[in-house]
Design a binder for this molecule. Structure first.
Ligand code: RIB
Length: 294
């Protein structure tokens, strides 16, 4: 089974601060670092490191060729990535002393996908293959409709949550991977159990994975529900923790692993990712995750 991610590639400019700057405030930066990121690329790399057969599609500018090297390095098939005459997407990320972050996002080439390009990419995939999407590229509604027509299983991480998601027919989604804030935004609820119940009612055929930060993660599908606590660690940078969880979860699912094992592996992988700086470079290899689980 192939997994296709049509998703963002961002050059992440990371500023280490004592605290995240507030409106009207000027704050000195302790350290600046540059990493490869973007929710799409982070999740593709997590899938690859977990051992999945992953293809990444999306757009970069001339300043983003480094993503092609990263695909080769990490085992992501990057043949569908197209270079256009635009700036590559970038993110300005502030990280405070407690490893909390806030992110400013410039879409750039990520927002230049066309129907023609999407059709060309989807032509390489078939019924049963998994399509993974986040909300950092344009054309999401069109991509979902076309992939659904083909009979692909569509996994959606509705992040960042905004009005652009209104163009997506959510009833066509097979797997939702979302955090409690996004779950709250979709359902209008706060309590995780109520969010799960409402998601199940709205999307009765879908698998739902709800991550709850330090409170772990919940899975629901029909009458089946599982809970996975976190593996506590000292975090230095939580960027891409959710992306690591998502990539590992889909990799385990595509292998046919039992859901409780998939959840455990994903939680362990993201607990390792938060102990390391950066997005793409923080994602652990499957071997490391399995060693750590012993
Ligand atoms: O999920 C983390 C990612 O969000 C970062 O890598 C940044 O690029 C933003 O897209």
């Amino acid at each position: 089974m192939k997994v296709l991610c049509i998703g963002s590639m961002n050059l992440d400019h990371v500023y280490m601060m004592d605290h995240i700057v507030a409106p009207g405030e000027t704050e000195a930066v302790n350290e600046i670092k540059n990493f490869l990121g973007g929710k799409g690329m982070n999740q593709s790399v997590a899938l690859a490191k977990a051992g999945a057969n992953i293809y990444h599609a999306g757009m970069i500018g001339p300043d983003g060729l480094v993503f092609l090297d990263a695909c080769k390095e990490h085992g992501v098939n990057g043949d569908y990535i197209r270079q256009i005459d635009e700036f590559t997407g970038h993110a300005i990320i502030q990280i405070d002393k407690n490893a909390q972050n806030c992110i400013l996002l410039y879409g750039g080439a990520n927002q230049k996908l066309t129907a023609e390009y999407v059709d060309e990419v989807l032509a390489g995939f078939e019924t049963g293959d998994i399509l993974l999407l986040q909300n950092e590229v344009n054309m999401l509604g069109y991509i979902v409709d076309k992939a659904y027509e083909k009979g692909m299983q569509i996994a959606l991480n509705p992040s960042p949550f905004n009005d652009k998601l209104n163009e997506v027919d959510m009833t066509k989604i097979s797997i939702f991977l979302l955090n409690e804030i996004e779950g709250g935004q979709i359902t209008g609820l706060v309590d995780p159990k109520e969010i799960i119940a409402s998601m199940k009612e709205k999307f009765p055929k879908a698998k739902i994975v709800l991550t709850l930060g330090k409170d772990g993660a919940m899975f629901a599908e029909g009458n089946t529900e599982f809970y996975q606590p976190i593996f506590p660690v000292k975090a230095v940078d939580t960027t891409a923790a959710g992306d690591t969880f998502t990539g590992y979860f889909l990799a385990g699912l595509s292998e046919g692993m039992a859901i409780p094992d998939v959840l455990k592996m994903s939680a362990k992988a993201s607990s390792i990712a938060v102990t390391r700086p950066g997005a793409v470079p923080s994602i652990p290899l499957r071997k490391e995750v399995e060693e750590a689980l012993k």
